[in-house]
Design a binder for this molecule. Structure first.
Ligand SMILES: *[C@@H]1O[C@H](CO)[C@@H](O)[C@H](O)[C@H]1NC(C)=O
Ligand SMILES: *[C@@H]1O[C@H](CO)[C@@H](O)[C@H](O)[C@H]1NC(C)=O
Ligand SMILES: *[C@@H]1O[C@H](CO)[C@@H](O)[C@H](O)[C@H]1NC(C)=O
Ligand SMILES: [Ca+2]
Ligand SMILES: [Ca+2]
Length: 455
């Protein structure tokens, strides 16, 4: 045996496993005599049910071992050093054929180990060595990522591309099943641009081509993960297993999307800027989580379209809608609540889904007008407003007059605003010197300036 040649210095114990060759998968049949003539023995103490891959020459492995003498006395253990033994595997070595999770007891007779003399320190002469080996991790430097266990929703209209912004949950484990990190423990998704180098290369690639709602497992070899150094509680040279669940993604160039589900037979009066709308909505996330609903509140949400009362995406999504129509509006965060979201209500960077039903529409005034005449304006306007004929119009007179015009259908106030505020603003505009009265002179001056929201 070559190892017995004079001058051969035995390697340190863990390397023995790599320097010795397996002659076949089956363990030698020799008994446990463990005398000088004992043979190499391999006992597969535990083989996991799932073994997608076994160790081959050229792989890189991480394993734990305990080295004992046949009487059970320990001479070495990687557990004691709290770090795995990490090494490239050569051809035919003792751990070739092992699965991740497998445990082997490998008994090495003295003539294949330290022989008659021992190592002069811990290992006496003629000692058989028993290694209890557990394989934790395995990859090949040529590996790319692998994607497994895909669960893709039936409706998948779009797949993620480089440059999209993705929000996902993940559980991160090592190949041996030990947990290193999870987004769930932080109660919030992990959010990132993809394909742009913001995350480890393996994830950057593994997150491409996903659907909203998809689940997949992304297995990342260390050279596409945290390398030989590792990071935090991720050991060096570790293969990473990410089980992810995609909550949503969008592209910063996305606009809103509108899907109409129902339109009444007469759908000719369409909402536009300035109209006063009463609608119901359910707001949810793309994973179906309900955020808010007007049905729960028992009353409609009412706004003047185009007046900045709702987020831009909602304002866009409510346009050209008729009473009775039902639609779904999907709003990307830059047209919704942005990166910040709304504390405790809307997660940051979330894509929102609004299911909307328009219940009422009051046609608004032309842009910029708060009051308009439906008919011709009376030529004796000032005299009509100045009811008591004292040459001065007070707010009370003015207000009563405007309301009377509205009531008789001769004039119209912009819907959705506080009527008293509009009237007061109109009055203040006429009262040039601010003395609380409008004179015929002030009224005329104002009249000559082509003011559009006024008389
Ligand atoms: C996450 O939410 C759960 C349940 O609401 C709560 O018990 C836990 O403390 C939260 N964890 C963090 C890190 O906020
Ligand atoms: C992560 O682990 C938790 C707890 O085991 C589980 O409920 C959840 O579905 C897992 N998520 C993914 C994406 O696998
Ligand atoms: C909103 O949700 C309620 C309760 O789940 C449902 O009855 C209603 O039809 C939904 N409305 C829309 C517009 O989807
Ligand atoms: Ca008067
Ligand atoms: Ca005045």
């Amino acid at each position: 045996m070559a190892f017995k040649a004079r001058g051969w210095r035995p390697p340190p114990p863990p390397l023995l496993l790599l320097l010795l060759w397996v002659t076949g998968q089956a363990a030698p049949v020799a008994g446990l005599g463990l005398g000088p003539d004992a043979e190499l023995q391999i006992e597969r103490r535990f083989v996991p049910d799932e073994c997608p891959r076994t160790v081959r020459s050229g792989d890189f492995v991480r394993y734990h071992y305990v080295g004992t003498f046949p009487d059970g006395q320990k001479f070495d253990s990687s557990y004691d050093r709290d770090s795995t033994f990490n090494v490239y595997v050569g051809k035919g070595q003792l751990i070739v054929g092992m699965c991740v999770g497998e445990k082997r007891i490998i008994t090495i007779p003295p003539f294949l180990a330290y022989g008659e003399d021992g190592d002069g320190k811990d290992i006496p002469g003629q000692a058989s060595l028993v290694f209890d080996v557990a394989l934790l991790d395995l990859h090949n430097p040529k590996d790319g990522i692998s994607i497994e266990n895909k669960v893709v929703p039936e409706n998948c209209e779009r797949r993620s591309q480089s440059g999209d912004f993705l929000r996902y949950h993940y559980n991160g484990t090592l190949l041996d099943g030990s947990f290193f990190d999870s987004s769930y423990s932080r109660n919030r998704t992990f959010d990132t641009y993809i394909g742009q180098g913001y995350v480890i290369p393996g994830m950057d690639e593994g997150l491409l081509g996903v659907c909203i709602g998809e689940k997949r497992r992304i297995v990342v070899p260390p050279h596409l993960g945290y390398g030989e150094e590792g990071r935090g509680n991720i050991p060096g040279s570790a293969v990473l297993v990410f089980d992810i669940h995609v909550i949503d993604f969008h592209n910063p160039s996305d606009s809103i999307s509108i899907t109409s589900h129902y339109k009444p037979p007469d759908c000719s009066v369409l909402s536009k800027k300035g109209d006063y709308l009463k609608y119901h909505y359910n707001a949810s996330l793309l994973d179906g989580t309900l955020l808010d609903s007007t049905w729960n509140l028992g009353k409609t949400y009412n706004i003047v379209l185009g007046s900045g009362q709702v987020v831009l995406g909602m304002d866009m999504g409510l346009r050209e809608m008729c009473v009775g129509e039902k639609r779904t509006v999907i709003i990307p965060p830059h047209l919704g609540y942005g990166e910040a979201g709304v504390d405790g209500e809307v997660p940051g960077s979330a894509v929102l889904v609004f299911d909307i039903e328009l219940l009422e529409l009051v046609v608004g005034l032309p842009e910029g007008y708060m009051f308009i005449w439906n008919d011709e304006v009376s030529p004796n306007l000032f005299e009509e407003i100045d009811k008591d004929g004292d040459g001065e119009v007070l707010l009370k007179e003015f207000s009563e007059y405007i309301h009377a015009q509205v009531a008789s259908g001769k004039g119209k106030l912009a819907p959705g605003f506080d009527a008293e505020m509009i009237v007061k603003n109109m009055f203040t505009n006429q009262d040039r010197n601010g003395d609380g009265k409008v004179t015929a002179e002030e009224f005329k001056l104002k009249d000559q300036e082509a003011k559009h929201d006024e008389l």
